[in-house]
Design a protein around this ligand. Structure first.
Ligand code: HEC
Length: 122
């Protein structure tokens, strides 16, 4: 029969010690949404407007009206919206954001668009 000595040896061998540092929390979907909201304010509102209605202050300087996001986002899958943001529409005035934002930031703003304007991805 194994006694306390065995138990002690066994647990120490397994390295069961109290953690020395708190684990890094994984970002929640809310964090991603909030980060996306900031990116939208900084990089998108001037053209798409605060409510995505294509009426930002810079909109009148463009050859076409910026897409009305509450109408357009529900029509497209995440993969496609990612490409729209990443490649932009340079000939219509929207820059290619892959030169401005990281992949992670594009995913953050994509999440923001989906939650705010798009409901579920088709
Ligand atoms: C300088 C102005 C400008 C800025 C800044 C801008 N856009 Fe655009 N965006 C446009 C224009 C113009 C179009 C319309 C292209 C078209 O009609 O096909 C467009 C189209 C889009 C579309 C395509 C919608 C569809 O279904 O056709 C998405 C999505 C989009 N923008 C998202 C964004 C996001 C997200 C940002 C910020 C990261 C952003 N845009 C910043 C001008 C801009």
């Amino acid at each position: 029969m194994a006694g306390i000595g065995y138990w002690f040896k066994y647990t120490t061998k397994k390295g069961l010690q109290p953690p020395t540092a708190a684990p890094t929390p994984t970002p929640t979907l809310d964090d991603v949404f909030l980060a996306g909201a900031e990116i939208f304010q900084t990089h998108c509102v001037q053209c798409h407007g605060p409510h995505g209605m294509g009426d930002g202050p810079a909109a009148t300087t463009l050859p076409v009206q910026p897409a009305i996001l509450p109408f357009h986002i529900p029509l497209h899958r995440d993969e496609d919206v990612y490409v729209f943001i990443s490649e932009g529409f340079p000939n219509l005035g929207m820059p290619a954001f892959r030169e401005i934002l990281s992949q992670e930031e594009i995913l953050q703003v994509l999440r923001y668009l989906r939650v705010r304007f798009g409901g579920v991805s088709p």
